[in-house]
Ligand binder design. Structure first.
Ligand SMILES: Nc1ncnc2c1ncn2[C@@H]1O[C@H](COP(=O)(O)OP(=O)(O)OP(=O)(O)O)[C@@H](O)[C@H]1O
Ligand SMILES: [Mg+2]
Length: 572
């Protein structure tokens, strides 16, 4: 008996849709890209129920003619490429002719459009891939207006996986912000349930737009651009200076030929540049706008075009590394000197090093990747005997204000001061939360924190919850949060609040996760400890339940045995 059959068109359409649209944010991405391709100067997006009930997008782009509207929802219907060679010189966001077909398969769409110079508009209604009507509509100027309702109404499994409104809106703003950064001359508007979430007015420069969109000041950015004619590449970078530190990598943007992409190698390179001066778990802000010969980029490797493949990636990474290091090195000094108390981590080297010193140089290999790739003789201790050994250890000095050195018998202990402090604070803070006795400090003047859009949304949903952790907050104005009390243990309340408002909804996290997140962002690193302080830290660490790893799983203490050193010096 034959078993193979061809699937019916509606099933094919639903499967195809699954590749392109998986949540409201991916619908927004496709529609936004279409409006940009249509040359719109103003793009408005209005949501209801985080897009689950309605995604309404309006643009003043070139519009769509009646004839084109008829073909619009067919698979592979596109105005953007004619043949496969066009892919080699792609200038538009779209090229597959898949987006509207896919969205139409899993939603209800009402589209109205008018082309420039036309006297009439046309409207069409499509539901689950079926065109219901096409009719003339009242003219209202060139542009396109699309309303998407009941997303995933016929694919309930997908609908079930949608997250809380805060989470879906986070994804949506996460889609819009990159396009706003790369198109500063366009106006972008986003509302939710009638409330304005963002309104980026046309800006005169990328820098202006970056400051507005990322809630930062222009003085926090370093800007650089460079052409590499031989490689047919150009790089424009806007780099957050070293005083701009974020608990997550979510304020980092990479564009290749005007398209926002995720690019692991470039992202690694950039974070690595800052790694030498940032404490672990702290990330920089940057915007990289890279142009390469379109023939050397393949955008057709990811269904949602999120990733691209570039020829000669290693060379590009190396150029970007040098450009960024050079910019940060030359400019970083002055910035960190004037940063004052707002700075949470000021590496001493940035202030004291004579000009020209390579403080982005690598730390000795000995201290990298502790506990993960080290030889057996040189490992993070574990087990009870080590606790006993370390309990009797004597402080003998510190290294680069980052590592404390202790000796005991034939062992040398290297303590990552920052990781150890994080462990100590985490256990103390966790205990205070568990027992409901968070020790708080009332702030004489509130700490004011300028919201980013996702932070504002997260605070609206879960701000009340912060109180349970000793953080009392109130709106100062529409864009600013005022913090009135802070837990005594948390030293950098701004970073702690930002971390708590980013990522997973705090209302859904357990207490340990919250303590871990708050502590991670709040440690003050880079302070030189005197012998008494160093020894106090050792004793506090020993008192911890789990002293030898930080709350994020990295080692706090590495043991180096005498015979390991003897081997290095070829004594044995
Ligand atoms: N807002 C808009 N303004 C003008 N034309 C539009 C708009 N949205 C869609 N179109 C037209 O509809 C066509 C189909 O859009 P669709 O997004 O499905 O495909 P695409 O953009 O060509 O390719 P991709 O699937 O890669 O996005 C586009 O090629 C374009 O001609
Ligand atoms: Mg498109």
């Amino acid at each position: 008996m034959n078993k193979v059959h061809v699937l019916p068109p509606d099933v094919i359409a639903k499967i195809a849709a699954g590749e392109v649209v998986d949540r409201p944010a991916s619908v927004v991405k496709e529609l936004l890209e279409n409006s940009i391709d249509a040359g719109a100067a103003i793009i408005e997006i209005h949501l209801k129920d985080a897009g689950k009930e309605l995604i309404h997008i309006k643009d003043n782009g070139c519009g769509i003619s009646r004839g084109d509207i008829e073909r619009l929802f067919q698979r592979h219907a596109t105005s953007k490429i004619q043949n496969i060679e066009d892919l080699e010189a792609l200038a538009s966001m779209g090229f597959r002719g898949e987006a509207l077909y896919s969205i139409a398969a899993v939603a209800d769409i009402a589209l109205r459009s008018q082309t420039a110079g036309a006297k009439e508009a046309w409207s069409v209604h499509v539901r689950a891939g079926q065109r219901l009507d096409l009719a003339p509509a009242a003219p209202s100027g060139a542009g396109t207006d699309i309303q998407i309702r009941e997303l995933f109404f016929n694919t309930p499994a997908r609908r079930k996986f949608l997250k809380s409104n805060a989470s879906e809106i986070n994804h949506i703003t996460g889609i819009i912000v990159p396009y706003a950064l790369i198109y500063p001359d366009k106006r972008f508007v986003l509302t939710h349930a009638g409330r304005s979430l963002l309104d980026f007015q046309p800006a005169s420069s990328r820098l202006d737009r970056a400051a507005a969109a990322l809630s930062l000041e222009e003085k926090h950015f370093l800007q650089v651009s460079h052409n590499y004619p031989q490689e047919q590449m150009s790089v424009k970078a806007i780099l957050g200076n070293i005083n701009i530190q974020r608990p997550r990598r979510d304020t980092q943007y990479i564009f290749i030929n005007g398209r926002p992409v995720e690019h692991k190698a470039l992202s690694f390179t950039m974070n690595d540049v800052y790694r030498a001066v940032f404490p672990p778990g702290i990330y920089p802000v940057f915007i990289l706008d890279i142009h390469v010969d379109p023939a050397n980029v393949d955008v057709n490797i990811h269904p949602a075009k999120r990733e691209v493949k570039i020829k000669d990636e290693a060379k590009l990474c190396s150029m970007v590394r040098h450009l960024s290091e050079d910019t940060l090195m030359r400019y970083g000094e002055a910035k960190s000197m004037e940063a004052g108390p707002a700075s949470f981590y000021q590496p001493a080297s940035m202030i004291n090093e004579p000009p020209g010193t390579d403080f982005f140089g690598q730390l000795p290999d000995l201290f990298k990747n502790a506990g993960t790739t080290l030889p057996a003789a040189f490992q993070a201790p574990s087990g009870g005997d080590l606790r006993t050994k370390f309990a009797g250890a004597r402080f003998i000095g510190s290294f680069v204000r980052k590592y404390l050195l202790f000796e005991e018998g034939t062992s040398l202990f290297l303590v990552d001061q920052h990781a150890a402090q994080e462990r100590i604070m985490f256990e103390q803070f966790h205990k205070q939360i568990e027992t409901g006795k968070v020790e708080v400090q009332h702030l004489l003047t509130p700490v004011l924190i300028k919201f980013s859009i996702p932070e504002r949304v997260a605070w609206d949903e879960a701000g009340e919850k912060l109180k349970e952790f000793g953080i009392e907050t109130a709106l100062f104005d529409e864009e600013t949060l005022a913090v009135h009390t802070q837990p005594v243990l948390l030293k950098n309340i701004e970073n702690a609040v930002r971390t708590l408002l980013s990522g997973n909804d705090i209302a859904r996290c357990d207490r340990a996760t919250i303590a871990r997140r708050a502590c991670k962002a709040s440690i003050v690193a880079g302070d030189a400890l005197n012998p008494q302080q160093a020894d106090y830290q050792r004793r506090q660490l020993i008192a911890c339940q789990d002293p030898f790893t930080c709350p994020h799983g990295r080692p706090t203490v590495v043991e180096l045995k005498e015979n390991f050193l003897d081997k290095q010096f070829m004594r044995i």
